[in-house]
Structure formats: C-alpha cells, structure tokens
Design a protein around this ligand. Structure first.
Ligand SMILES: *Cc1c(COP(=O)(O)O)cnc(C)c1O
Length: 217
C-alpha cells in the first residue's frame, strides 16, 4: 500500500469515529508517530500532506527532522516520550508541542528555553511506576506552574495500561480535564484511536497503523 493510501485510510477511520460521536473531524488532530522510522519512510507521508508528527527521543528527532523540515517548513513536531530534565531545553528548541509534562522540575527545565512549546500534562492513571505521568492530584499544581512559566497548557495526555480495556482510562482522563477546565485530550494510538475519539480525544498518536510494525524501541 502507498503512504498516501495508508494515510487516507487512517483519516477516513478518524472521520467515521468523529461522525459517530457527533464531533467535528477538524477537532481531532492526527499525530503521525514516526519514532524509529528514518527520513525516507517519513517523506512519503509529508508528500501525501501529513504535517503533524510525533517523536519520543530528542536526539533521534534532532538527527532526522531539520532536513525534512527544511523542505516542509510548516511541519509541527510533537514530543510524546518520557523527557529527562537535562534534555528538556533541547526538546523545547525542536518541538512545538510536548505531550509528557509530569513534574515541576521538568516545567522549570522547559522554561529555560526562549521558545514556548505548548504542553500536555501526562497523567499516570494506572499507577504504573515504569511509565511517566503524574498522579491525578498533581494536575492542578502543574497547570499553575506551566501558566506561571508562560507555557501554554493544551490539556491532558495518557497512556493506559497495555493489558487493560482503554475506554475507562480515556473517560477518566476526560473527566479530570473537565474538572480543570482543559479541553485538549491526547489519547488513543493505533489500536484504540476510534475509542479515544468517541471519548473526546483532541489528539490521537498513531504510529504502526501508518508506518507498519516497529522494531522494539
Ligand atoms: C509509540 C507511541 C505511540 C504510537 O503507538 P502505535 O501503537 O504504534 O500507534 C503513541 N503514543 C506514545 C506515547 C508512543 O510512545
């Protein structure tokens, strides 16, 4: 299948899910997760019109994207991985949106850059220690810290436990966002983005459905 066809298939599925949910398809942003794939694999999606991409490693993105962005300057880059504080300033220079803000020290580190990427606060709803994300009761403090640092707050992000039905986690994230007056919800991946859209996702992060299976990374 060509990249244009694959991309179109995912876009049609997004549109159908939005329609079924009574939502406007323009309220759902497709973040094409290109982690582990090289520039040659990414370029066909750019040629097909995709302009929002997600990466989970700062160095990998810094190696691949400057050249691609020179050809497609309006491309938006989203950081979706766990972010170490010592890489935060570099991430703020390269990325337009950070999906994984989960602690005060990271807000401080991001604020060192002159750039002001928009941010999602990642919430760890399954209490999984190996994953990033803050506890739900830390969300209010992080919103205040981001606002104080002039970093725009888009909403909340989650990554439900792999072995669980994701819908209850998506619904819970939407509820927490509502309680804090946030409208953005970064949730849903290749296996569950339609469910996430039904439950209010504003950003779906889709990798393998667009690029094929990844080597472990
Ligand atoms: C890799 C990754 C994705 C994309 O996963 P797929 O199942 O390939 O769609 C989405 N979100 C995060 C945080 C990821 O690390």
């Amino acid at each position: 299948m060509t990249a244009a066809k694959t991309l179109n298939d995912v876009r049609v599925r997004i549109a159908c899910a939005a329609k079924a949910a009574g939502r406007d398809v323009s309220d759902v942003t497709l973040v094409a997760v290109s982690k582990t794939f090289d520039a040659d694999a990414i370029r066909p999606l750019l040629d097909a019109g995709q302009r929002v991409f997600g990466e989970n490693r700062v160095q990998e993105a810094a190696d691949k994207w400057p050249t691609l962005r020179a050809d497609f300057p309006e491309t938006e880059l989203h950081f979706i991985g766990q972010l170490q504080s010592n890489k935060a300033e570099g991430a703020a220079e390269l990325f337009d949106v950070i999906h994984s803000v989960d602690r005060m020290s990271l807000v401080k580190a991001l604020a060192k850059s002159a750039r002001r990427p928009a941010c999602f606060i990642q919430v760890n709803l399954g209490g999984e220690s190996q994953k990033g994300g803050c506890a739900p009761d830390a969300v209010a403090g992080l919103i205040a810290a981001l606002e104080e640092a002039n970093l725009p707050v888009l909403g909340l992000m989650c990554l439900p436990p792999l072995d669980k039905e994701p819908a209850p986690y998506f619904a819970l994230l939407a509820k927490i966002a509502r309680e804090h007056g946030l409208s953005g919800l970064s949730m849903g991946m290749s296996g569950d983005f339609e469910t996430a859209i039904m439950l209010g996702a504003s950003h779906v992060r889709v990798g393998s459905a667009l690029f094929g299976a990844r080597e472990n990374h």
